[in-house]
Write a protein that binds this ligand. Structure first.
Ligand code: GTP
Ligand code: MG
Length: 206
């Protein structure tokens, strides 16, 4: 039997192999309302080929899923996205993107299990979809940063107004990003890491 062809098909790519120096793994969840760019962000920053569970949106979701602002969207996450990014030789982040549609939110409980922190992705055209998301994180005590995904049509919001609109405490970082860009997504994750680190220095908040 010739195994060469199957080895080529199933063998891991060199970039998929976790370096032996990676001593600490951290789980981070990417949350947000429907269509804010969660799958895009995980795909942009992941150094491994991301696992996605997207299904084609059909006519049955018309009137249920609000496509305002993301009219060209044709697929939606039904379970989770998964990706990985090495922050340095020793620290690796496992990224779990959540489904945005409320009918799949029951899956969040499992995805939050063991998560050190979260990124709340926000679209300023549809801030209201973020309220419940933030409420759920606060209920569960998961620390988070807010990342504003800049769609071209999104209205600009001064940070102070955004903080007030989302009713965020002063210490929660708000950063802007373009979920399609790897460097931008990486900056968001670094902001989360810095925030988590700051919480360890002020234990009464963590
Ligand atoms: N212009 C622009 N388009 C974006 C950006 N991020 C995502 N998109 C597009 O917006 C749409 C929604 O992105 P997704 O990544 O599927 O959003 P999601 O949050 O995973 O959506 P659900 O899983 O359905 O909740 C897709 O068509 C993306 O190509 C962005 O930063 N700028
Ligand atoms: Mg998605």
């Amino acid at each position: 039997m010739d195994f060469r062809s199957s080895e080529t098909l199933v063998g891991p790519r060199s970039e998929d192999i976790l370096p032996a120096s990676a001593a600490t793994a951290v789980k981070v969840v990417i949350v947000g309302g429907f269509g804010v760019g969660k799958t895009t962000l995980v795909g942009a920053v992941s150094e491994i080929r991301p696992l996605t569970t997207e299904e084609t949106m059909t006519q049955a979701s018309a009137g249920v899923d609000d496509l305002a602002g993301v009219e060209r969207k044709t697929a939606t996450t039904v379970a989770m996205d998964f990706g990985r990014i090495s922050i340095n030789d020793e620290l690796v982040l496992y990224l779990f993107g959540t489904p945005g549609q409320q009918r799949f939110w029951f899956l969040w409980n499992g995805l939050f299990e063991g998560a050190l922190g979260a990124v709340v992705l926000v679209d300023t055209r549809r801030l209201e979809v973020s309220f419940d998301v933030i409420g759920r994180l606060e209920e569960r005590g998961v620390p988070f940063v807010v990342a504003v995904n800049s769609f071209p049509e999104s209205p600009g919001f001064p940070i102070a107004e955004l903080r007030a609109a989302l009713d965020l405490p002063d210490e929660v970082p708000i950063v802007e990003c373009d979920a399609r860009r790897r460097d931008s997504g990486r900056d968001v994750l670094m902001a989360l890491m810095r925030y988590l680190y700051s919480l360890t220095l002020t234990p009464e908040r963590s």
